[in-house]
Design a protein around this ligand. Structure first.
Ligand SMILES: [Zn+2]
Length: 249
């Protein structure tokens, strides 16, 4: 298959973890895989790490994301540097949409991945990022480069039962009904790389928490990453796709 360009855009360093195995897979298959992060996660204070919220913490988290990208074998991330929980006001939304259009052009993205309206955790930055990327994608008239497909990360309803209680108790996790899952990609060979990338985010996850993610990988996702095709300029295949590159010539 022709070399393609895949661009994932999320809100915080570590948001990529739900699709990290997927990003590693396509990078290892020789495609250009890019990751962009809208905020620097400056408010991600965690007691085990102890660093107060602020720009210093944002710098640490940016470095952690660079580390994660290296583990996944993808390009160095684009760090847009906006303030954590500061991306929802109309002028900022407008500005970020412009940055997203530039990223489409710079990466020549064929496929874009972002948060759906659930943002999995419902975090206001997740939902804002998903909305901004969708906005940029759908206004095709403003695009110098038009990606072909836009995907939302999805946690299928049936998989929520496998999420460890401790993770579910902390915050609600929003799922997507199976009937709306369009795409399931076998990533079994790449979950190890995904875990190595998660281990870069030391400011966010204590060793105990890392252990929970390892459990979650084996119990929840098993061998696949699920997504929902939100917008596409190419005809959707019949039935479920097994690749985000399906339907591209
Ligand atoms: Zn996040």
């Amino acid at each position: 298959m022709r070399k393609r360009s895949i661009l994932a855009i999320f809100a915080h360093p570590d948001d990529e973890m739900g699709v990290s195995a997927l990003l590693a897979k396509y990078a290892s298959e020789g495609h250009d895989v890019y990751l962009a992060c809208v905020t620097s996660g400056q408010k991600g204070y965690r007691a085990h790490f102890g660093m107060p919220p602020g720009d210093g913490l944002g710098k640490v988290r940016e470095e952690e994301l660079r580390c994660a990208a290296r583990q996944l074998g993808i390009h160095e991330p684009f760090l847009l540097g906006y303030q954590d929980q500061g991306i929802s006001s109309p002028p900022v939304v407008h500005e970020i949409a412009g940055r997203v259009r530039e990223l489409f052009e710079k990466t020549r993205a064929d496929v874009v991945i972002t948060w759906g309206p659930d943002g999995i955790t419902g975090h206001v930055d997740h939902t804002a990022t998903g909305a901004i990327v969708t906005l940029a994608f759908q206004q095709q008239g403003l695009l110098k480069h038009k990606p072909s497909k836009l995907y939302y990360v999805a946690l299928p309803e049936s998989q929520i039962l496998n999420v460890p209680d401790t993770l579910r108790r902390e915050r609600p996790l929003y799922t997507v009904s199976e009937r709306f899952i369009t795409t399931e990609v076998d990533c079994r060979e790449y979950f190890e790389a995904g875990l190595r990338a998660i281990e870069c985010h030391r400011s966010q996850f204590s060793p105990e928490r890392m252990q929970q993610f390892k459990e979650m990988n084996s119990r929840v996702f098993r061998d696949r990453v699920s997504l929902r095709l939100a917008l596409s300029t190419v005809p959707a295949p019949n039935g479920r796709e097994d690749s985000i590159l399906a339907g591209l010539e």
